[in-house]
Structure formats: structure tokens, C-alpha cells
Design a protein around this ligand. Structure first.
Ligand SMILES: Cc1cc2nc3c(=O)[nH]c(=O)nc-3n(C[C@H](O)[C@H](O)[C@H](O)COP(=O)(O)OP(=O)(O)OC[C@H]3O[C@@H](n4cnc5c(N)ncnc54)[C@H](O)[C@@H]3O)c2cc1C
Length: 398
């Protein structure tokens, strides 16, 4: 297929869309693709991180072409009463390195940036300038949007990459430094030592509202860096407001977005870890699955991904329950205790938790023992409905 006709049109060149394009190109170089991104660069302005143990079989090979930073010796966590070093390998990928590989490995005609798709249907997509691209299969990877069909809280953060005047001295990432003041939610600082003089610092809050106070978070990052004795130049910064999904009506969520015959992937399709808001391991798994099914007609591919999404939602129920307890039972400033206790558990249990693969025994172990929140409040949290995952302007409308 040539010109304005292709085998597969992928709408959204973020993490999910980009990985699908790469996986399909690797598995089926004979197929023609279009990866269509509204922004100027594939992948946007992100840094994605993951534990090596999160990835499904074949995942490491898919990610191998990317220039990543990896910490083979594990990572640290710090809480007021408990600090620990864990040995799981941690990995991180910057969006410019993501974009560089896609630009190099995909055929030039496959990538369209600064191109908004205004209409998707089972037989193709229409671009903002009216151009029509016919496709055998269309995959919608346009990312997550606030919704009244799901409920929960928010993970809000600001990250900053710095080049320091002197070496920072860290040997391992600090995935959670929760020894900082707890302000309005579970707050921790996340630190990645990218090289001897470069660090990535992120100030994160598990909070009830999606509001992000740029000035306050920026000042707190300044304070944190100063307290560590880190002075230098800010190279880049990023912010995130991610859903922490604790419940909702998944069929209604899908129906709200579903276009007949169009497959959905990434955060838009619900392929998210409800508690960490991470999507990378699931985006990798979905990309490999799409590559294996790349010859299917679009409606059949859509049905396969729909079935995967339903199964994913079912499998994530335990994490939604924990999220309900975190947000509903623990006072915002006490939420850190839930994580402090969690980080006393076995390392393999913690690995499976992040990968979304907790066993029945893991679940029992997480829930057993003296709870870090009062049991009466934990039970009340399970019965009380959580707020919808709507942006502030929608809430004000109500
Ligand atoms: C700052 C930040 C850091 C994060 N860090 C991590 C992390 O470390 N690990 C992790 O697993 N997860 C992380 N996440 C969460 C999640 O993995 C990311 O949000 C991830 O990028 C979601 O992938 P996606 O492809 O579904 O959506 P996105 O990556 O958001 O991609 C959607 C793309 O669709 C494009 N688009 C939308 N509408 C149109 C249209 N009409 N036409 C064309 N293009 C369109 C957008 O411009 C965007 O590029 C992070 C999120 C953020 C915001």
C-alpha cells in the first residue's frame, strides 16, 4: 500500500503509539504504517522509568534500541522510620532518545509530526488539513483524558533535570524520599543520578485534587536541591497530573471513547497501573501483541485489544482496592505510612506489585498484620464512593 493508503494508522506518537510502531516495524517490515502525532516531537516531554522486572517476555528486546540509563545495583527508599536499599534493576528513558530511535528505525514516510487527526473511523483517519489516510487498521493512542466514568485521586508532580557544579555523590536512584514534609497528600521526592554531575529530581504528591501549583513545587525543588548541597543549571523540567484509579465503570469508560472498529491502546485504552499510574510495561506488552496480530483486519485487532483491556482491568482490581484505602482511610499527611509499611515487605513481592503481577499470597501479605491506618476508616473507605477523575474545570461546573 502506498501514498495516502497504509496498513496501519496509529494516532498519537506518545509512548504507546511509538512502541506499537517500533514493534510492528521490527516484526513486519513489509507493512506500511503511519504514526501521526499532533506535537512537534514524538514522545512529548517525558522521562519514563521502570523496573527491569516489570517487563513482559520480549520487552527487553523491544526496548534494546533505545539509549537508556540503567542502575544495575538497585535503588533506595527513605521514610521517617525506615530506609532501605533494594536490588531490582531500574531503567529510565528520555523522550528525546525515544524519538531519536523511532526517527531512525521507522521509514521516513511513516512519521507525521505536527499533524492533528480530527477524525478516526474503522477505515482510516482524517487530518486537520482535510487529508484522508485510508488504513486497514486504525489504533487510537491519544493518551488519557479526565473522565467521570472512573474515580480516584491524583498523582501530581514536577521534575527537573540539573547539571551540578560538583558531583552529587549518589550511587543509586532514590525512588521515594518521603522524609520531606508531607504537604496535602503522600509526598516524596524522586531522584535519579543520571551521571556524576547530572540529577533528575521530582517532587510528587498523591493528592485528592488534580491541581498543580507550579510556583510552589518549583520552590520546593529549589529547597530540596539546596538541602542536598546541589547547585547548578536547570537543563529541563516536566510536570505530570496522572490519575490514581480506585474504581469506576470500565465498560462506560471504554464506551465513552470507543469508535467502532478502531483499536485503543496506551492510557486511552485503560492500560495503566491504577496505583502507580505507570503504563510502560503494559505499553510494551500491547505493542508486542499488536505486532503479533499485525496482519488482522482492523475490527478484529480492535476486538483483541478490547479483550486485553477487559482482562487488564480485572487483573488490576487489587491495586484499585489498595488505592481506595490509601485515599479514603489515611489522612493526607499520614498516607506515607502505607508505603513505609509496604517497603518492609519482601523484595520479590515488591517487584511483582510494581509489575502488576501480585500473587494471591502477595495480596494476603500486603493486607495482613497491623494496618498503618485505623481499620474502621479502612472499611469506611471501601464502601464510600470515590470522586470522579475530572479536571478542575469540570468539577466547578457541577
Ligand atoms: C511527565 C510524566 C512522566 C511520566 N513518567 C512515567 C514513568 O516514569 N513510567 C511510566 O510507566 N509512566 C510514566 N508516566 C505515565 C504514562 O506512562 C505516560 O503518560 C505515557 O506517556 C502514556 O502513554 P500514552 O502513549 O498512552 O500517552 P501519551 O504518551 O500521552 O501519548 C499520547 C499522544 O497522542 C498525541 N495526540 C493526542 N491527540 C492527538 C490527535 N488528535 N492527533 C494526533 N496526535 C494526538 C499527544 O500529543 C501525545 O503525544 C509519566 C507521565 C508523565 C506526564
Amino acid at each position: 500500500m502506498t501514498g495516502q493508503t497504509c496498513d496501519m494508522a496509529i494516532v498519537g506518537g506518545g509512548l504507546a503509539g511509538g512502541l506499537i510502531a517500533l514493534a510492528v516495524t521490527q516484526a513486519r517490515p513489509d507493512l506500511s504504517l503511519r504514526l501521526i502525532e499532533a506535537g512537534a516531537q514524538l514522545g512529548g516531554n517525558h522521562r519514563w522509568s521502570w523496573f527491569a522486572s516489570d517487563l513482559p517476555a520480549g520487552g527487553e528486546a523491544l526496548l534494546a534500541p533505545f539509549r537508556t540509563t540503567e542502575w544495575d545495583a538497585g535503588y533506595d527508599v527513605r521514610f521517617p522510620k525506615h530506609s532501605r536499599h533494594l536490588s531490582s534493576r531500574y531503567c529510565s528513558l528520555a523522550s528525546e532518545d525515544f524519538a531519536a530511535v523511532l526517527t531512525c528505525d521507522l521509514p521516513a514516510e511513516a512519521i507525521l509530526t505536527e499533524t492533528e487527526v480530527t477524525k478516526l473511523d474503522a477505515s482510516g483517519v482524517t487530518l486537520g488539513d482535510g487529508t484522508r489516510i485510508e488504513a486497514r487498521a486504525v489504533i487510537d493512542c491519544r493518551g488519557f483524558a479526565p473522565t467521570a466514568t472512573l474515580s480516584g485521586g491524583w498523582q501530581v508532580f514536577m521534575g527537573r533535570q540539573m547539571r551540578l557544579a560538583r558531583p552529587h555523590g549518589l550511587t543509586a536512584p532514590v525512588i521515594m524520599d518521603a522524609t520531606v514534609a508531607q504537604l496535602g497528600g503522600y509526598r516524596f521526592v524522586y531522584v535519579l543520578p543520571l551521571s556524576a554531575h547530572e540529577v533528575f529530581i521530582e517532587d510528587t504528591y498523591y493528592q485528592d485534587s488534580p491541581a498543580l501549583d507550579h510556583a510552589a513545587l518549583s520552590a520546593r525543588l529549589d529547597d530540596y536541591a539546596l538541602a542536598q548541597g546541589w547547585e547548578g543549571q536547570v537543563l529541563s523540567s516536566e510536570t505530570g497530573v496522572l490519575p490514581v484509579i480506585t474504581g469506576g465503570d470500565f465498560a462506560a469508560f471504554r464506551a465513552e471513547r470507543q469508535i467502532a472498529g478502531v483499536a485503543m491502546a496506551g492510557a486511552r485504552g485503560g492500560f495503566v497501573h491504577p496505583l502507580t499510574s505507570y503504563t510502560l510495561p503494559f505499553a510494551v506488552a500491547t505493542a508486542l501483541a499488536v505486532a503479533a496480530d499485525a496482519q488482522l483486519p482492523g475490527d478484529q485487532l480492535a476486538a483483541r485489544l478490547e479483550a486485553r483491556a477487559q482482562e487488564h482491568w480485572r487483573a488490576m482490581g487489587f491495586y484499585r482496592l489498595l488505592g481506595r484505602m490509601l485515599f479514603g482511610a489515611a489522612r493526607p499527611e499520614e498516607r506515607y505510612r502505607v508505603f513505609e509499611r509496604f517497603y518492609r515487605l519482601s523484595e520479590t513481592l515488591i517487584e511483582r506489585f510494581y509489575a502488576g503481577r501480585s500473587t494471591l499470597a502477595d495480596r494476603a501479605r500486603v493486607l495482613a498484620g497491623k494496618p498503618p491506618v485505623p481499620i474502621s476508616r479502612a472499611i469506611a473507605a471501601l464502601t464510600r464512593p470515590a470522586p470522579p477523575l475530572l479536571a478542575p474545570e469540570h468539577k466547578d461546573d457541577q
